[in-house]
Design a protein around this ligand. Structure first.
Ligand SMILES: NC(=O)c1ccc[n+]([C@@H]2O[C@H](COP(=O)([O-])OP(=O)(O)OC[C@H]3O[C@@H](n4cnc5c(N)ncnc54)[C@H](O)[C@@H]3O)[C@@H](O)[C@H]2O)c1
Length: 437
């Protein structure tokens, strides 16, 4: 009988991906393109229906790529957990948010593991990709998967491999982003390496699941802390009357020892604002306070207030108050060129403007409508057309989509608050005053 390693090598292993969202669907496609048969298991009936129709709901996956894989039978989707029973390799890509008290919410992983457990058979490789705290795979997932008597490293194999997808990145995607893997045992690492080595260009093995979990948290904490630092530099430069962007651009000419980060209206998305809290939560259980993470979180989450204060000051210079002003927030996605508004600081900026009595509209070609409030429970707003820019007291650029016509912004608007320095290249054409961070 062929071993699991042989089945992977010969592309005969049946692969199941639990959770076919931003991370799972691109993975399904790459695994299928490498020659495997893949089923995506998701609780969302809508996603399953669309995937089976060859229609992608993820911007980084085109219908042209997905549809032929579905038509050839390489890719299918289902919301029946019984599809997991046939899998030789199961990859878990479900959400890992924070709960209301900012503690890790691993309930989605545990629900996936509960669905898998009664269907798990000998010689299965289970890989967790969802971000979690160091120790989760070893302390929580492995004991759970061993409940029916199958032993990890002997009967079944478990690894953690952090997902690094950067939605909207034109250069790096699932296949060409190096993949870190750490198994529960050396045999687990080898199998995970063989699996991903069949699909991705470069695999980086580490010696444990704990180390692999920590890699992800280091990467995202590094970003959160450096963004926090540069946001504080922006606050300091404003007090000193120095142009932050000029300073960063000049510092970035240093060919070694400096990496530019840029200030902005705050953190967004489901990774950078969330993941460092997984690490600080775990350290709290060990009676250690992760100070850099806490401080960066404090500064980054104060940035929407800073944007509102800058706007109020600029309006004040024109003898206007925020109260009663007409404002256009330009760009609300959590970052450039994507259709995702999760945790976007634009939601806070809009909310704060409204609390001060401003009349706020927004324009974003990627987000036709949104709900205020981070739980998506607030009032609904619709994107207004990109016109009559001179009819607003200020245009506040929160997200810098590359498709935005900044010449029109700086020539038509009365006042521009540019939190991303997006209009930098067309500044010389400006009729409006431009205020940067
Ligand atoms: N989106 C990113 O840019 C990104 C980048 C790196 C890492 N991650 C991490 O990857 C993980 C997944 O994130 P995402 O952005 O793909 O989330 P997502 O919300 O886009 O997708 C998750 C999917 O899982 C499904 N799901 C939830 N519980 C399920 C269950 N018990 N069984 C089956 N399906 C279930 C949901 O219906 C959804 O379709 C998270 O841990 C996240 O932190 C995300």
């Amino acid at each position: 009988m062929a071993t699991l390693h042989d089945k992977i090598k010969n592309r005969e292993a049946k692969v199941a991906v639990i959770g076919i969202g931003y991370v799972g669907l691109p993975l399904v496609v790459e695994v299928a393109k490498a020659g495997f048969t893949v089923v995506g298991y998701d609780k969302s009936a809508e996603k399953v229906k669309q995937a089976n129709a060859g229609k992608s709901y993820i911007k980084d996956v085109s219908d042209e790529t997905l549809a032929p894989l579905v038509a050839s039978g390489k890719v299918s989707a289902s919301n029946d957990p019984d599809v997991l029973a046939k899998a030789d390799v199961v990859v878990i890509c479900v959400p890992t948010p924070l709960n209301k008290t900012k503690d890790p919410d691993n309930s989605f992983i545990m629900a996936a593991a509960d669905d898998l457990l009664p269907r798990l058979h000998k010689d299965t490789l289970v890989i967790l990709e969802s971000t979690t705290f160091p120790g989760f795979t070893r302390e929580v997932l492995v004991p759970h998967l061993e409940k029916n008597g199958l032993e990890v490293g002997k009967d079944i194999f478990v690894a953690f491999s952090p997902e690094r997808v950067d939605p909207g990145n034109p250069k790096f995607h699932t296949k060409n982003t190096p993949k870190v893997v750490g198994g529960s045992t050396p045999a687990c690492t080898q199998l995970a390496q063989a699996m991903y080595g069949s699909v991705m260009e470069r695999i980086v093995p580490v010696t444990s699941t704990d180390a692999a979990e920590m890699v992800k948290l280091l990467e995202n904490t590094f970003r959160a802390v450096n963004i926090g630092l540069v946001n504080e530099v922006a606050i300091m430069c404003q007090k000193l009357g120095i142009d932050t962007w000029e300073v960063i651009d000049a510092a970035a000419t240093k060919p070694f020892g400096f990496m530019p980060f840029y200030p902005g209206p705050g953190l967004g998305g489901h990774c950078i604002p969330v993941d460092p809290h997984y690490l600080s939560w775990k350290l709290k259980t060990l009676k250690y306070n992760a100070r850099f993470i806490e401080l960066a979180g404090e500064i980054n989450s104060s940035m929407p207030d800073f944007v509102v204060a800058r706007t109020a000051d600029a309006l004040n210079d024109r003898e206007r108050s925020l109260k009663g002003s007409k404002l256009l927030v330009l760009g609300v996605a959590y970052k450039r060129d994507i259709d995702d508004v999760r945790e976007s600081p634009a939601l806070d900026v809009i909310d704060l403007f409204r609390q001060k009595g401003a009349h706020v509209a927004y324009h974003d070609p990627f987000i036709p409508s949104l709900r205020l409030g981070h739980e998506g429970e607030g009032e609904r707003m619709e994107s207004v057309p990109f016109e009559n820019l001179g009819g607003y007291d200020a245009v506040v650029i929160v997200t810098d989509h590359t498709t935005t016509d900044y010449v029109r912004v700086v020539t038509e608007a009365k006042l521009v608050i540019d939190t991303r320095n997006a209009a930098k290249k067309v500044k010389d054409k400006a009729k409006a005053k431009i205020v940067t961070l």
